[in-house]
Design a protein around this ligand. Structure first.
Ligand code: GTP
Ligand code: MG
Length: 328
């Protein structure tokens, strides 16, 4: 059986960062797999995890319980049966439905394969000060369904966010564990803790299956000879717009970083080709993380998420102007 953990948390709370940390500290003899589920259709986290040494499977385009269907079940089965990983980490979208995902993973069909352990929920305590996040069902359900709460981004904590966390913990902490950390640096031993009985968890009243069942598991790709395409997705009060560009399209580094820094959205993430190789951009609010690597990526992909309607066309035309090579 594959030991399995859900790594939950709201948009940009540090799930992927934490998974990268766990992978870097795993027993090198163990084979791990990551199932990464994203709100947007373009799929960036798979590219962010690409060099981590784990088997990666992506489920883009909305919460995995909403995109659930035959392709998703086949994908999970293939991962478990063919990959035979010792450990499976599942990163649901920050706008996911944890109760339904836990139901899915404990369904009889997966019983012989999945040994479900503790669910870890990443929390940026500053999000407790943001009324929009606190009122969001996904945000609340994820915290309620967790066995262990990881208060991440300690380096960004303020007296107000620390007080909000203390107050929240008094009301909702219960007998669970609370860990404080930065850069998702948690102890791998947490993964082996048992999961609580979540049978009593209320399913979110707002839960809906959005745009219905989706086909396929792969992140968005480009048809042959197409230089780029974009994809939109909305649901759970959020809107995403992502773009994929072919391998030959290269971007002006400084212009691209400015574009990503200034875009009037909450979340920006991408892996893009630049003259120096590739750049990974990852922005949550004003936290902006950039990493470059001296290798060309297989394509360029970038995604923005916003809670308000955004002028995607204006952002698109400024992005297109940053291409150094020609393309339609
Ligand atoms: N300052 C600071 N930034 C952090 C920390 N942990 C993660 N980040 C940054 O927060 C941003 C979001 O991190 P991710 O790990 O991509 O978050 P996520 O929860 O996987 O995001 P989604 O999958 O989009 O919901 C990135 O820019 C990270 O570099 C931390 O402890 N401190
Ligand atoms: Mg992520």
């Amino acid at each position: 059986m594959t030991k399995t953990n859900l790594i939950t948390g709201f948009l940009g709370s540090g799930k992927t960062t934490s998974i990268l940390h766990l992978l870097a500290n795993k027993d090198p003899d163990e084979k791990w797999a990551v199932l990464v589920n994203e709100f947007g259709e373009v799929g960036i986290d798979g590219a962010l995890l690409a060099d981590s040494g784990a088997l990666i499977k992506e489920i883009p385009g909305g919460c995995m319980c909403c995109v659930n269907g035959l392709p998703m079940q086949v994908g999970l089965n293939t991962l478990l049966r063919q990959g035979k990983p010792d450990r499976l980490l599942i990163e649901p979208t920050g706008l996911g439905h944890p109760k339904q995902i836990l139901d899915l993973l404990t369904a009889p069909v997966y019983e012989p394969w999945i040994d479900l352990r503790a669910t870890l929920c990443l929390l940026d305590p500053r999000q407790l000060l943001d009324e929009k996040s606190v009122q969001n069902d996904n945000f609340r359900d994820q915290l309620a369904a967790a066995d262990i709460i990881i208060a991440n981004k300690e380096d960004r904590a303020t007296p107000e966010s620390a007080a909000a966390l203390t107050l929240w913990w008094q009301h909702f902490g219960g007998d669970r564990q609370l860990q404080h950390t930065t850069q998702g640096a948690i102890d791998n031993a947490l993964l082996d803790l048992p999961r609580h009985n979540v049978a009593e968890l209320p399913a979110s009243a707002e839960h809906s299956h959005g745009r219905g069942e989706k086909q396929g598991l792969a992140a968005l790709s480009l048809p042959a000879h197409q230089r780029w395409r974009r994809s939109l997705n909305s649901g759970q009060g959020h809107h995403a717009c992502g773009w994929v560009f072919d391998a030959d399209t290269c971007f002006d580094t400084i212009g691209l970083l400015e574009w990503a820094r200034l875009a009037p959205v909450e979340r920006v993430k991408g892996v893009m080709r630049i003259p120096e190789g590739l750049v990974r951009v990852n922005r949550q609010g004003s936290d902006f993380h950039i990493e470059t690597q001296n290798v060309a990526p297989p394509d360029s992909r970038i995604e923005l998420i916003s809670a308000v309607n955004t002028d995607w066309n204006a952002l698109q035309s400024s992005l297109l102007k940053l291409r150094l090579t020609s393309g339609d």
